[in-house]
Design a protein around this ligand. Structure first.
Ligand SMILES: [Mg+2]
Length: 190
């Protein structure tokens, strides 16, 4: 039986927060470190529109300049060696070039994967996974996405990458497991 693994990209396998923070700082003059981003709502944090945010990210080419986390490739290589089919699911649909740029980035860093799914911001990622019956695990930093995974019955395990914007979320009853770094994840037995 094929085993499936789902990975989010931004701030799960790569550091998107730093180029995003620098780009917003440069364009708005507002210097708010990402450690102070205590909710996922950057529009409120910076008092900007979604359109402005996406214009800034596009202008600063954040989809290309973001750097992978040091353990990302190692983990993907390991998971693939263990026989998993790797599904990358990202809500980068805000950029018309997201697929092209993301594929270029993944190739540049030699990330192994089997499928790249690009959803729109705010979409339920589970809706884009109808063609796959069951996943062994998902890992994402967005609490709402993790809730969708955990309540769908489609995932054996859901891991949430700990970030300042999901620290206040209580996971007691949800079945979501918080991990503090890819190092934590690397130590797990599959
Ligand atoms: Mg993310």
């Amino acid at each position: 039986m094929t085993k499936y693994a789902l990975f989010d990209l931004d701030d799960t396998l790569l550091d998107f927060k730093n180029p995003m923070m620098e780009a917003i700082h440069e364009e708005t003059g507002k210097n708010i470190h990402w450690s102070k981003w205590t909710s996922y709502n950057l529009l409120e944090t910076y008092d900007i529109s979604m359109e402005t945010l996406f214009e800034i990210l596009t202008k600063h080419e954040c989809l290309l300049t973001a750097l992978p986390f040091p353990l990302s490739k190692h983990i993907l290589d390991k998971v693939r060696k263990l026989g998993y089919t790797i599904c990358l699911v990202t809500a980068r649909g805000w950029s018309p070039e997201s697929r092209e740029l993301t594929e270029e980035w993944l190739k540049h860093y030699d990330f192994p994967y089997d499928e790249l799914i690009v959803t729109q911001v705010g979409d339920n990622k589970v809706d884009s996974l109808k063609h796959i019956e069951y996943f062994d695990f998902a890992i994402d930093d967005n609490h709402e996405n993790c809730e969708h995974f955990a309540t769908s019955g489609k995932f054996k395990d859901t891991f949430m990458m700990s970030t300042p914007w999901n620290m206040k979320e209580c996971l007691k009853t949800s079945g979501i497991k918080r991990i503090y770094s890819l190092n934590d994840f690397d130590k797990m037995k599959f």
